[in-house]
Design a protein around this ligand. Structure first.
Ligand SMILES: [Zn+2]
Length: 157
């Protein structure tokens, strides 16, 4: 008999912290590196390829004793635009919302035009989101990239 993994274990409650749910499984390790989770020093639980009605499979990350800043949530929105954040305090979900792409991304995405000034000078990148939400355009060189293919800077902790 095929035994399904026990998802209850993976979604066990944390006392205080943040649960990031509905992450595409293909981007789970991008999220870990983008948010610098390995360097946090608090407990991080990563559940990958969990069954999900809406998405087929999804991934989930639970981070104890961590509440993400708006800047960190902006980073998350680039690689996991449909993710939901639940803020947990004393085992209760006190806040839950879906991440949203901001109109401008600062210092998050790398420009893939090697001649771009941001690849040749020590300066933060700046990107605008297209109206379709599918591409981003470099503020400095106008080069466009698909948002699901972008390379990002990671947070060093
Ligand atoms: Zn550029």
């Amino acid at each position: 008999m095929h035994k399904t993994p026990n998802q209850e274990l993976l979604v066990a409650a944390i006392k205080d912290g943040t649960v990031i749910d509905h992450i595409p499984s293909s981007r789970i390790f991008d999220v870990v590196s983008l948010l610098g989770l390995q360097g946090l020093g608090s407990a991080v639980v990563v559940g990958c390829n969990l069954q999900s009605g809406q998405m087929g499979t999804k991934s989930i990350i639970k981070v104890a004793d961590k509440f993400f800043t708006p800047e960190e949530v902006n980073r998350l929105s680039v690689v996991a635009p449909g993710a939901t954040l639940s803020i947990i305090r004393n085992y209760d979900v006190v806040e839950k919302h879906q991440v949203r792409l901001p109109e401008v991304l600062k210092g998050i995405v790398r420009c893939d035009n090697p001649k771009c000034v941001t690849n040749n000078e020590p300066m933060p990148t700046r990107f605008h989101i297209s109206s379709s939400g599918q591409t981003v355009r470099c503020h400095y060189c106008d080069h466009e990239q698909r948002i699901d293919k972008v390379k990002t800077f990671s947070i060093e902790r």
